[in-house]
Design a protein around this ligand. Structure first.
Ligand code: 5AD
Ligand code: SF4
Length: 448
C-alpha cells in the first residue's frame, strides 16, 4: 500500500510541475512516506528525519522537509514537538492535497502545513481526477520511471483502503481508518488505462481485499471481491492478476473457485496466519482457528494444485508460551509455506494488545524468530529444489548487463544467465536449472 501511495504522490507532484532530482542536496522538498506497522519501522523514520534535518540545514536551509503516511497520521503532535523543522505533515487519506499544501508553503502563505483527519466518508479520487488541471505538459499519468532497467509492465491498483478487523496487535485501523472500497467503475477504468499502456500484470491492493464491497455501497448491485476479479479478468490485455492481502476468515469458497475459472489469476496466495496456536489467535482477535486456516489451505490446494502459499507470522505475542510457539512451528511443518515474512511482536499505540500483560522478553522473541526463520529457509529451499527440471513461464522484470530476472506466476524469482533479446514485460518459458532459498536459476527454453 505504501509503495502504491508513494507512486501516486510522485505522479501527483509531477503533474503539478515538480520534478525529481538525482542528489538530495538539490531537493527543495523531501517527503518521507512512512510505515508504523511495527515499532522498528517507526523508529527508522525518526532517526532518518534527524539526519535529514542536519543535512538540509547545511546544504539548503529552505528545503521543505515533510512526513506522509502512517507515522504522520499517528505521531503528528509528536513530530511537530520533536521536529520543528518538519513543515509538512500529511496523513494517510490526505496526500491528495499535497500540491496545494506545498504551494502554500512555497508562496509563504503558511509556514507549516498539517492535514491528518480521517473521514468516514473518505473516497479515493478516480485516477483521472487526480491528475486533472495539470500544469505540466508531459503525459503525467504514466507510471513513473523507477530504477533504470526496472519493470514498467506491472502495476498496483488500490481497490480498498483501511480495515475493520481490529486485530488486537494492529495499528492499521487506527492509522488508515475504516474500510472503504472504491467504486467498481473507477477500478475497471484504471485497469483499462494501464492495460492500454502495455501493462501486463495488475496487483489489486487492499488491507483486506477479501472483504471488498461488503462495508460500503460501491455499486447499484453488490459486487464482492470474487465478482471484481471476474470483471478485471474480462479486460483485454491482462496476462496476470495478483492481489494482496487477505484475512483467512473472509476467504470464501467463491474466491477459491476463481482460481479454477480465471486463467490469468496467478497461482500464488499470500494468506497471513500470524500464529499456529488457537489461544494466541483468539487473543489476536483473528476470528479463525488453526483448524479453519488449515481447511482454507486445503481448499486452495484443491482448487489450484501447485498453488504457492506465503504467510506472515508474529512471534512473541503477549502470552505466547513455548507450547504456543511449538504450535506455530507445527503449522509451518504442516503447510510448508513457500515463503513467509516473520516479525517479533511490538506494542503499537492504541492497540488492545499493547495493554496485555505477560509480555514476552526480547531475547525469547529473538530466539523464536531465528528458529522460525531457519526452518522456513530450509523449507523454501526444499520447495524450490522440487522445481528443478520443470518448465515455467516467466514475465521478465529486470534486464541488466549480467542477465535477466523474471517471475513465475507462483511468484518465484528466476535469474537467467543469458536471455539475449528479452525485454521487460516479455513472457518466456524457462527450464529451472538450480534452486536457492529465495530464488531460482533458469535457462531459456522458448519465447512465446
Ligand atoms: N508487531 C509485530 N508484527 C506486526 N504485524 C502487524 N502488527 C504487528 C505488531 N504489532 C505484522 C503482521 C502483519 C504484517 C504486515 O506485519 O504479521 O501481517
Ligand atoms: Fe491489521 Fe488485522 Fe486489518 Fe490485517 S486484517 S490490516 S492485521 S487489523
Amino acid at each position: 500500500m505504501n509503495v502504491r501511495d508513494s507512486e501516486v504522490i510522485e505522479q501527483l507532484l509531477r503533474s503539478h510541475g515538480h520534478r525529481p532530482v538525482m542528489n538530495m542536496e538539490d531537493a527543495d522538498l523531501i517527503l518521507l512516506n512512512t510505515c508504523s506497522i511495527r515499532d522498528k519501522a517507526e523508529q527508522k523514520v525518526f532517526s532518518l528525519l534527524g539526519q535529514l534535518r542536519e543535512q538540509t540545514r547545511k546544504t539548503n536551509a529552505d528545503c521543505i522537509l515533510g512526513v506522509a503516511g502512517c507515522v504522520a497520521q499517528q505521531e503528528q503532535e509528536n513530530i511537530c514537538k520533536r521536529m520543528p523543522d518538519v513543515r509538512l505533515v500529511v496523513g494517510t487519506q490526505r496526500f491528495y492535497q499535497l500540491p496545494d499544501m506545498i504551494a502554500r508553503l512555497e508562496s509563504g502563505l503558511s509556514t507549516r502545513e498539517i492535514s491528518c483527519e480521517l473521514a468516514s466518508d473518505f473516497t479515493i479520487p478516480p485516477f483521472q481526477q487526480l491528475f486533472q488541471n495539470s500544469r505540466a505538459t508531459e503525459n503525467t499519468t504514466a507510471p513513473c520511471p523507477a530504477a533504470p532497467g526496472a519493470d514498467l509492465h506491472k502495476q498496483f491498483v488500490t481497490i480498498m483502503q483501511g480495515c475493520n478487523n481490529f486485530c488486537s496487535y494492529c495499528v492499521v485501523p487506527h492509522t488508515r481508518g475504516r474500510e472503504i472500497s472504491r467504486p467498481v467503475a473507477d477500478i475497471l477504468d484504471e485497469v483499462r488505462y494501464y492495460t492500454s499502456m502495455g501493462i501486463r500484470e495488475i496487483t489489486l491492493l487492499g488491507q483486506n481485499v477479501n472483504s471488498y464491497g461488503t462495508t460500503n455501497q460501491v455499486a447499484d448491485q453488490p459486487v464482492d471481491f470474487a465478482d471484481l476479479l471476474y470483471m478485471v479478468a474480462e479486460i483485454p490485455g491482462i496476462n496476470r492478476i495478483r492481489f494482496t492481502s487477505s484475512n483467512p476468515h473472509d476467504l470464501s469458497d467463491k474466491l477459491m473457485q476463481c482460481f479454477k475459472d480465471i486463467q490469468q489469476l496467478c497461482p500464488h496466495f499470500h494468506l497471513p496466519v500470524q500464529s499456529g496456536s488457537n489461544k494466541v489467535l483468539a487473543r489476536m482477535n483473528r476470528k479463525y482457528t488453526r483448524e479453519l486456516y488449515l481447511e482454507k489451505v486445503a481448499g486452495l490446494r484443491q482448487a489450484c494444485p501447485g498453488i504457492a502459499l506465503s504467510t506472515d507470522i508474529i512471534v512473541g505475542f503477549p502470552g505466547e508460551d513455548e507450547q504456543d510457539f511449538a504450535q506455530t512451528m507445527d503449522l509451518l511443518e504442516t503447510v510448508r509455506f513457500h515463503a513467509s515474512f516473520s516479525f517479533k511482536y511490538s506494542d503499537r499505540p492504541h492497540t488492545r494488545s499493547a495493554s496485555f500483560a505477560e509480555k514476552v522478553d526480547e531475547q525469547t522473541k529473538t530466539e523464536r524468530l531465528a528458529i522460525f526463520q531457519k526452518r522456513q529457509d530450509q523449507i523454501s529451499l526444499e520447495r524450490n529444489q522440487e522445481l528443478v527440471g520443470t518448465s515455467k513461464e516467466i514475465m521478465v522484470e529486470q534486464v541488466h548487463e549480467k542477465g535477466v530476472q523474471g517471475r513465475t506466476g507462483s511468484n518465484h524469482i528466476v535469474h537467467l544467465e543469458s536471455g539475449s533479446g528479452l525485454e521487460c514485460g516479455d513472457f518466456a518459458v524457462v527450464t529451472i536449472t538450480r534452486a536457492g532459498m529465495h530464488s531460482l536459476q533458469g535457462r531459456l527454453k522458448t519465447l512465446p
